[in-house]
Design a protein around this ligand. Structure first.
Ligand code: FES
Length: 247
């Protein structure tokens, strides 16, 4: 069955039974930690044809989804169409300071972030995504609760957290307590996009604890903590999810 097609009722039931049996056999399965991916875990991003994705293949204004550093942790890939300069000083919820490394590609316009909202971890699924990149003008409440308006934001409609992808995922509004975790990209002379690490406020353990069972069902595997290795398939958001909610 194509990945883009919905899971049939029969396979869904089979998957539920399989996952249920696994968890019944070992209830700690979904909570078991496994070796964390290293910050140097280099993964080549590939398109639907299986070929390495180049920064020039991305459409400005479109957003894309891939999974990194684990097979079940979604990320956004975006060409902003303008340079995303490095240097923004950012802070995690627990007070760690870090510096945004900027975009990659010929125009430094390509950026990637964890697509797990820093508030209550809303994330894109096959059936719905409440967190989305908005290339066109969006209205939101800023950190002083005033109505603001601007283009190029990552907007989580669950409770209204808004992030600036040109400045390291900095929080522009809403309840998120920290920026989105950043994905370190590399784009060499061949223009091929690779994910090479993550930095900032990573929520992966919390994500597995909160959504482990759901992730196992969605991914069709109990091994949701497997690191992404070798290559990572990239989807346009419209191919990835059937219901892209904007607000
Ligand atoms: S989960 Fe995104 S704003 Fe609450």
């Amino acid at each position: 069955m194509s990945e883009n097609k919905r899971m049939s009722r029969r396979s869904f039931v089979r998957l539920c039974m399989g996952t249920g049996a696994l968890v019944a056999a070992d209830p700690a399965l979904l909570a078991k930690p496994r070796e964390a991916p290293t910050s140097a875990q280099r993964v080549t991003l590939i398109g639907s044809d299986g070929n390495p994705l180049k920064s020039g293949d991305l459409e400005v204004g479109e957003s894309y989804v891939f999974h990194y550093p684990y097979v079940s942790t979604p990320c956004f890939l975006i060409d902003l169409g303008k340079p995303a300069e490095p240097g923004a000083e950012l802070e995690t919820e627990d007070g760690r300071m870090y510096r945004w490394r900027g975009g990659v590609g010929p125009d430094r316009s390509v950026v990637a972030f964890s697509a797990i909202c820093a508030h209550k971890m809303s994330y894109p699924t096959r059936t719905v995504s409440f967190i989305n990149y908005r290339h066109d003008n969006a209205r939101y409440n800023d950190l002083d609760r005033n109505v603001a308006e601007r283009e190029q934001v990552i907007y989580c409609c669950s409770e209204g957290s808004v992030y600036d992808p040109a400045a390291g995922g900095r929080v522009l509004g809403g309840p998120a307590p920290q920026p989105l975790a950043a994905i370190d990209l590399d784009c060499g002379g061949d223009d091929v996009l690779c994910a090479v690490g993550t930095y900032g406020g990573e929520l992966y353990e919390r994500f597995f604890e909160g959504f482990g069972f759901q992730l196992a069902l969605e991914r069709g595997t109990d091994d949701i903590r497997a690191p992404t290795t070798g290559t990572a398939r990239v989807w346009s958001i419209s191919d990835y999810t059937s219901n892209r909610r904007t607000c």
